[in-house]
Design a protein around this ligand. Structure first.
Ligand SMILES: Nc1ncnc2c1ncn2[C@@H]1O[C@H](COP(=O)(O)OP(=O)(O)OP(=O)(O)O)[C@@H](O)[C@H]1O
Length: 236
């Protein structure tokens, strides 16, 4: 059984259908990248998984029907969504934001340990633990959004354009953390990214969306190595 599976996923806004029946899956411990041009439906896919847009089709996480879960249910199952735009609480401090990430957990000692672990993973956040989140740089806010998601002890993190607006050096730092989490802790990742090369380097497998349909899926290293495929589907 896959950790996450979507079959015939249809989703959209109002009367407009954006996803026209897509299938994909994520296995435990896998990193998957979801690629495609602007407007292809990548963000909508993540929103459909976390119940933020109306969707139909079969969506299962570890054998549970995702459609029946509210936001807290998703968190309890172990799915954390880091949306584009980050959604951190600007007036609260970095540490307060991190504690909010763990709000559904009751294991206080575990939360304390994870707070320490997150601050270790992201030294920039440790230095700014008492600073208001709204005053962080874009890159620091992105790190905070990911760290806050990790405070839930998720099994799967849905990441929407983690590199957006970040300097190359900060992007590299962030992706190094993601790689480490995957290899060292077996965290599963579903990453939407405009920077296809970066995403393929991180991922085991990739899906390419075009106008709400999967037009290519396969091994990330194979796609990355094949110039013809890259040109045809990813435009680079
Ligand atoms: N809130 C919304 N209301 C109506 N239409 C929307 C809304 N959000 C997105 N759309 C439309 O849905 C389509 C898919 O958008 P989506 O954000 O999923 O694409 P994307 O692949 O993530 O693109 P990008 O890389 O530009 O973020 C687009 O045509 C977009 O205009």
């Amino acid at each position: 059984m896959s950790l996450l599976s979507a079959e015939g996923l249809v989703a959209g806004y109002g009367r407009g259908t954006v996803l026209h029946g897509i299938d994909f899956h994520v296995e435990e411990g896998e990193a998957i990248s979801l690629l495609g041009a602007n407007g292809a439906g990548k963000t909508t896919t993540l929103r459909a998984l976390s119940g933020m847009v109306a969707a139909s089709g079969a969506l299962a996480f570890d054998g549970h029907d995702l459609a029946r879960q509210g936001p807290d249910g998703l968190a309890r199952l172990g799915v954390a969504h880091v949306p584009q735009g980050r959604g951190i609480f600007a007036p609260l401090t970095v540490e307060e934001n991190l504690r909010i990430g763990a709000h559904v957990r009751r294991d206080r000692a575990g939360v304390r340990a994870d707070l320490a672990r997150c601050l270790e993973l992201f030294p920039r956040l440790r230095e700014r633990a008492r600073q208001r989140a709204g005053t962080l740089s874009g890159g620091e806010q992105q790190m905070l959004a990911l760290a806050r998601a990790l405070m839930r002890r998720p099994r799967l993190v849905l990441l929407d354009e983690p590199s957006l607006g970040l300097a190359p050096k900060v992007t590299r730092e962030l992706f190094a953390v993601l790689r480490g989490l995957r290899h060292d802790e077996g965290l599963s990742l579903l990453v939407v990214e405009q920077n296809a090369d970066l995403a393929l380097d991180l991922a085991d497998r990739a899906y390419v969306l075009e106008s709400g349909r999967v037009v290519l899926d396969g091994d990330a290293a194979t796609i990355r190595a094949d110039e013809g495929t890259r040109r045809a589907y990813l435009g680079y």
